[in-house]
Design a protein around this ligand. Sequence first.
Ligand code: SF4
Ligand code: FES
Length: 333
Amino acid sequence: MKPILVVEDEAIMRESLRDWLTDGGYQVESAEQGDEALAAIEEQDFGLLILDLKLPGEDGLEVLRKAKERRPQLNGIIITAYPSVETAVEAMKEGVIDYLPKPIDLNELEKLVSKTLGPVQVEIRPKTVTLVIDDREVKAEQGTTILEAAHSAGIDIPTLCYHKKLAPYGACRLCTVEIVRGQQSQLVASCCYPVVDGLVVKTESEQVVKGRKMLLKLMWARAPGIEALRNYRIKYGITGVKTAEDYGISSASTTKFEIEPTFCILCGLCVRYCAEVKGRNAIGFIGRGTEREVVFLPEIARDECSKCEECFPLCPTGALPSHFALIKEGHPA
Ligand code: SF4
Ligand code: FES
């Protein structure tokens, strides 16, 4: 089987991907940037390139273009933390197998790699990996996430958008932890990041707690007084833990963050549950950035949702049932 070349400038991401694929039975080389990758391609016949879109110097697509001039049969997968329609279209024009936004869905990546290079012998895969979480050695099944490994070891990491029945989503970032490899550290969403042998994880480092407090303040402006947020605010010593009544629905300007409270923190639990578990898509997101919101599709929702309502208890803020009540009364979605 031909080897894989991972081209990624972020050291932790590069090493984690390389280790994960190696553990999966593939032969893997890695390069930090384009010229290094092209030199490796001159030397060796790779079966697949996995390229970060944003690289120092030439970007991933340019590197893939040059690599294909040398070896036209080469397959490429683009990964990116900055997905856009324009770059996705450009990537497809370059003939990539796929274009994956970060955090990468590892099940999806595994399927693509296996389809391109062929499956490896399952028996050569180690079944467990060992990592260190908050100074404790933790064993976890390969393919699980840091969050799942921590929870199975009884280590609590706060979450708002995680649900064990749903694919990792990485919306709330409250589960962010610090991972350390050698001299380098990085903040990652633990609900999306796979366990890797030898990884050191800090779930409550100074940087992690600072970020979590900032997120809680931002979400509080969107959904003041919500119990799930209030409990975390107490845990992290954020003062002024007021209730919704203390704020008033439209008085978010009393906080540092000028956001109109919508009582939806865009965790996506409702949208994803309806799509992934129920297969109905009666609810979805519209808009982008600060305009993003959850809407019911009235033509499906009026019939389906009253009979189901399974996503209502998942909503951490209670926004969803109230929103649905308006639909039933005939207000616009
Ligand atoms: S309505 Fe509730 S469950 Fe749905 S995205 Fe908003 S906060 Fe999350
Ligand atoms: S629980 Fe991980 S990003 Fe929300």
